[in-house]
Design a protein around this ligand. Sequence first.
Ligand code: SF4
Ligand code: SF4
Ligand code: SF4
Length: 499
Amino acid sequence: MGFTKRPTFRVERDSCRCIDCGVCVRQCANEVHYLDIDTKEVLCDSTNCSNCRRCVELCPTGALAVWGAPQETSGNAAWAVHDIRAIQAQANSGGILLTGMGSDRPMPGYFDRMMLNASQVTNPSIDPLREPMELRTFLGRKPTVLQLDDKGKPVDLPPQLELDVPIMFSAMSFGSISLNAIKSLAAAAESENTYYNTGEGGLHRDLYPFGKNTITQVASGRFGVNIDYLNAGAAIEIKIGQGAKPGIGGHLPGEKVGQGVSETRMIPLGSDAISPAPHHDIYSIEDLTQLIFSLKEATEYTKPISVKIAAVHNVAAIASGIARAGADIIAIDGYRGGTGATPLRIRDHVGIPIELALAAVDSRLRDEGIRQEVSIVVGGSMRHSADVIKAIALGADAVYIATAALISLGCHVCQKCYTGKCNWGIATQNPQLVKRLNPEIGARRAANLLRAWKHELKEMLGGMGINAVESLRGNRLMLRGVGMMDSELRILGIKAAGE
Ligand code: SF4
Ligand code: SF4
Ligand code: SF4
């Protein structure tokens, strides 16, 4: 016996406003709207609606609305409707439940319970409109002693990434998102002098011109990795884990491996792209050291090497090992980090919040006296500039954003990326859908987002009486906790509000 698939969302059409123009029929890749041949009326079947809101936004008469559908079961305090639905779906399919984007569980976020300081009488605030504010950030190993040449310029500096704003676009592969989405982010990174990250999908030939703003990733599948790829970017990131699926690999189904993805990943057309859970040549910190130095050798020590991990238990000890293995940057992805496709249970139940992971890592590296040997970049649900500034005060050098960047391109966080039918042309390889995202417009919008956050960062810094982001880094005195337990305050290394 199977359970009938019931709609999660209900599409409502206001017949007084609808002019049967058919825009919604053409815009919905889930075939929710259809034209009744006999009556010439546009109708709909809500069953497959993902609430991506494409039809709502594009309906020329504002005739459409999408609501949460009433559920046939109300659940109770112990059994939530979504848990009952999940069991029904698994009883139907016998398979794991897939989802996209970051966890949407109502787990309290620590950023929301941390408040920033502001100057009042002494150490007055700075007006960022009239006084210079420095957001420039350098990522990479810092020397313990600065050697200067006879003109006073530093010599023998380890390779650094230079960012005008301490925000980068996180790893999203060609395959999981469209080439137009990546082009948008690459161009925005170039215009704002920051970086985007290829993810594990290789580097499409159209993206080579953006090399100086590119971080190329080396993941367990080694898709698209060759010497040209390694040399094309400004830095290389070894991906060990990601927040949305710590401890497991990835799988890009063959139907998404079209000509472009196949060439870029260097895999046969239409074949499944499997990223194993581990790197098959890394079983110890010594093995990781070998890979880090192989990549440094291959690129003649010109590029910083980052190692990306998921925030998990013992993350501080893991980060210490990575720093000692020779990494120049450690990227940590919190449990709310997004993805194109992940098993629901892994996404929602594995890993730890980025705030705790970051504070623990920064404290450990400081305690061990090796903090300057490595930069820390964090990601996993940076929703706005206040999250960014709190992350920096907790100890991050810079942050990665991904979901926020995709929202700037049009994403409405429907979490159905894994279906490959993204109506906004982002998480899809369908040529008809891909062309809905104009990379020039996308680049402008993503750059606008960075510029807007940059203004806000300066405002908040100025309010604290600080004129350079460097002076905020790890300055936890600028944070106070509200409604936290002593153990949480201790790990975060901050005082309670009022103290
Ligand atoms: S897009 Fe709007 S006006 Fe056009 S058919 Fe759909 S509901 Fe009606
Ligand atoms: S899936 Fe998106 S485009 Fe289709 S009906 Fe639902 S909201 Fe509209
Ligand atoms: S990228 Fe597309 S499919 Fe994924 S959440 Fe955003 S709108 Fe939905």
